[in-house]
Each structure stands twice: as structure tokens, then as C-alpha cells.
Design a protein around this ligand. Sequence first.
Ligand code: NAD
Ligand code: IPM
Ligand code: MN
Length: 342
Amino acid sequence: MTSKRVAVIPGDGIGPEVTSEAIAVVEATGAPVEFEEFGINSGRWHRGEDLIGEEELERLDTSAGILLGAVGDPAVPSGVLERDILLRLRFRYDLGVNLRPVRLLPGARSPLRAANAESVDMVFVRENTEGPYAGTGGSFRVDTPDELALQDSVNTRRAVTRAVRYAFELAAARRGHLTWIHKTNVLTHAGRLWAKVVEEQHQRFPQVEVAYQHADATCIHLVQDPGRFDVAVTDNLFGDLVTDLGGAVAGGIGFLPSANIAPDNQHPGLFEPVHGSAPDIAGLGVANPTGSILSAALLLREIGFEEQATAIEKAVNAAGTAGRLSGKTREISSAVVEHLDR
Ligand code: NAD
Ligand code: IPM
Ligand code: MN
């Protein structure tokens, strides 16, 4: 099998700690993957360098996929690294879907007493290129009493349809239930577009049962009754918020993987744990690498290495069943490697 080149951006904080473990697990599967590492991180900002160079962009553009750890540094103004690295790549490749499976893994401890593997098994489809993330708006009359900050939420029929259609396809292939989440009671312009698109797509997938929730109520239901979710689709910002809550429900944000994918183009996907750079635990060797390991599995599946992807997912489950998904970063990844069926 010809090998594929995967770009790796370990990033900041715990990003490099978890990414190196994900790479070790992939290497242990024998997947024909060649990793190319990019030092795209906060160090560049501190040195006054470009965050991503032109030649690097070309290498990223032509990679089979990108594995990212996390970006973010408390010593850098908030949003600079996030927007100029992570969002830049999501937008550059028009990665319209951010897929975030939320599963309670064996051995993981949910803070919810009644949670189990059946009730916490859902997938969020987060629209990934628009909403308030579009970055349009502006600051006006700055430093006056009349200062005004506008941050628009952009919602195009094209991008909403892309995410909603993807969610219906996924729901049809899973348990046949789709929750769409918004704030139609307040965000009436965007809400009407989303409602129309959901209805249109529902006609193409009449076998899927559809439920609507306001985003605030989702925070209640996710905690009180997670079993009601199968597939959920929502806008960029709500999706960001509710999936962090999903991480907590699943026993820790460190367990959640994600795939930023382009359902309608050939650009490389971007695969990353849902968590950030976690400056509070960086350097301690205690970050949970499971989300990064599972993100690498999603990447392998996307680039055609289904067998190795499944092997990783099975090994994570087996390590969990053996009670070994807790402890230090290295202990967790070693447990996954030990449980790989080779
Ligand atoms: P965070 O996800 O980094 O951390 C939130 C909490 O979860 C912290 O207490 C942290 O210790 C814990 N945590 C996170 N990952 C963990 C893991 N793998 N194992 C164990 N505990 C873990 O969120 P934050 O503190 O709001 O953000 C820190 C920085 O990361 C910010 O600059 C933010 O913008 C950035 N960020 C980046 C990404 C990304 O690059 N994909 C995602 C989220 C946040
Ligand atoms: C995530 C992160 C990012 C987001 C930030 C770092 C831009 O929180 O991937 O969940 O808000 O999308
Ligand atoms: Mn987030």
C-alpha cells in the first residue's frame, strides 16, 4: 500500500503531549503513514514570525490530512492563535462539518450517576465555517462611552444545508433520530433559515425522526437525559458549547475526538481532540491523550485506512475495559498500544 503523508501540528500546551502519543499509537498499527511535523505554535508569535508560512501552507494543502494538538497560550492576546491557525485552516479548506462523537468509554467515569455506554452515545454535527465565527462585524467609536462592538452571525443556505444534510445521512445510518439545536426563539433570522433547511432535508430522509431543542434546554437534557440524543446538528457556536458539556458528561473533555471534514470537496481534513491547550496542566504529563488518539483513528478512516482506524478504536475500548484509560498520559497510550490486536 502506498504511504500517505499526514501533517502534524502539535501546537501549544498539552497539544504536543497528546499528539506524540497519538502518533505512537498510529505507528504501532503499522498504518502506512508518513508524519510531517510543523512547528506552528505560539513560539512563532513570541518571535514575531508569521504563524503559518507560504511554503508550509502548500505542504498542508497537499497533505492527506492534518492532525492537530491544540493552540492557545495565555501570554498571547486571546483569539490570535485560535483565529490565525485553527480557524484559518478550517476556513481555508472549507471544512463544513465538525464531527464530534460523544461516547462514554468503558472505564470512564461520568459525573452523571445514571450514565452508561447506551445512554451516552451520540454524535454532534457542528456547522464549522460560519455563525458568529465568520468574524464579520467590527468595533466602532472605540474607547468612547458610545463604543459599539458588532459580531455578526453568518448563516448561508449552502453551509447550513451541508451540515444538516450530513447530519441526516448520519442519523439514517445510526439510530434514526436527529435533534436540531438552535435559539429560534431569539435568533429569528438565522433560526428561520435553519428550520427551513431542516424541513427540506427531512423530506429526503422521512425515516429519520426529528426533534428540536433550544440550545439552553440542550444543556438541561444533556445532563438529565443524555439517552435522548443520537445525532444532533447545530450552529458553530452552540456546537462549541454543547460539546464541551458533552465532554464533561462523557467523563472528561480529554476523551473527545473530532473531525473537521469537507463533505463536498477534496481538501485535507483536520483532526483534533475537542479540548484546548490546557495551560493549567501543561508539562505535567497528566493530559488524557484518548481524544487525540481517537482523532487519529478518525483521520486514518478518512484517508482510507479503515482497518487501522478500527483497530485503534477497539484497543481504546479494550484498554478502558481493563480500567486503563486513567492515569498519566504515557500510561494511557501504552495501554492502548498493548491492547492493539496485532
Ligand atoms: P481547555 O480545553 O484547554 O481546558 C479546559 C479544562 O479541561 C482545563 O481544566 C484543562 O486542564 C482540562 N483539560 C483539557 N484537556 C484535557 C485533557 N486532555 N486531559 C485532562 N484535562 C484536560 O480549555 P481552555 O482552558 O478554555 O482553553 C485553553 C486554551 O486553549 C485557550 O487559548 C483556548 O482558546 C485554546 N483552545 C484551543 C483549542 C484547539 O486548538 N482545538 C480548543 C479549545 C481551546
Ligand atoms: C474548539 C475550540 C475552538 C472553537 C477555538 C479554539 C477557536 O474551542 O475547537 O472547540 O471555538 O471552535
Ligand atoms: Mn471548544
